[in-house]
Design a protein around this ligand. Sequence first.
Ligand SMILES: Cc1ncc(COP(=O)(O)O)c(C=O)c1O
Length: 384
Amino acid sequence: MSKKKLNFNSLTIHGGQLAEAATGAVMPPIFQTSTYAQTAPGEHKGYAYSRSGNPTRHALEKSVASIEGADYGLAFGSGLAAIDAVIKLLEPGDEVISTNDLYGGTYRLFTGTFERYGIKFHFVPMGKAEEVAQHLNANTKLIWVETPTNPMMNIIDIKAMSQLAKKAGVLLAVDNTFATAYLQRPIELGADIVMNSGTKYLGGHSDVVIGTLSVKEKILADRLYFIQNSSGAVCGPMDAFLTLRGIKTLHLRMARHSENGRAVAHFLAKHPKVSAVYWPGFEDHPNFAIAQEQMKDFGGMVSFKPKDDTRETAFKILSSLRLFTLAESLGGVESLAGHPASMTHASIPVTEREKTGISEGLIRLSVGIEDEADLLADLEQALN
Ligand SMILES: Cc1ncc(COP(=O)(O)O)c(C=O)c1O
């Protein structure tokens, strides 16, 4: 059976993978080499130098493209390195429309680095596609979407954004980190570029920092490959191997993350000490209908505000948690909790943060795949 025809739960394991030629190893070896022997100058077996290409990285790149339903994959040293490569497609004077509720490090890269090179960013709410259209102009070259957003769990309509981007002749890039290809299929919905911080759910075990891009068009893939090779922000073979291994259980983990995420969201929504819960699976979520349409389930990310929406109360809850670990990052098998205002989103100015609802009391949970009852008991004792 052609591997192209496999379903998602088989693609995570087999997609783009070939048995290793020399030994038949089922898992690609970690090709821990910087260079490759040549028989004459320029004559080699397809690999000349590991920044330009490495077999373990290629195995991961093929896997990532395959699960995203794309034709080309590229792997980088972090999620931000992958985003950096996308923005390097642009020229000074070009403009980007980005969601205003996004990972703080992405905001910092856009404003702290690329604004200095003459690229202009418009940070706007993207809940209503027709409102995003108002920000398009002749210089717009890219729409940057993160959905669900980090940390407010807003949902952006990928299909509507792709129609907008196509009409305007601009690229649409989607940060698929929170959902992954298991829950959400941006390429099928019309995105040109899908980005993942593989540090999160793809790797899935909090043991690697890595980023990926997937694209369908060869021209775009070639341009991104040129940037990957010329800027050199590639991942090492060990990290590629770990991420490839993580992807093999992505479908199992995402299903359990979603189950536990649902249980935690409903538990918090009923809790007397909680004033608001942000999770796209609630029927009263502003874009619930779109979430239902474009996502298979709602994932394991849940944010909430205590009734006393202060930093002190948030810190008290966070320090009382025992099973949830207070830490940066998300998407691993273990449950993590964070305080966006002082941690993941501290690089966004407070006035901007407040506009999107990132208050001092907001807590973000990455719900892991532990036993549901243990997770709820931990939250109960920390809230009381
Ligand atoms: C949604 C999102 N995008 C991008 C990134 C950046 O990825 P990395 O930390 O791998 O550079 C993160 C990291 O937290 C993230 O949450």
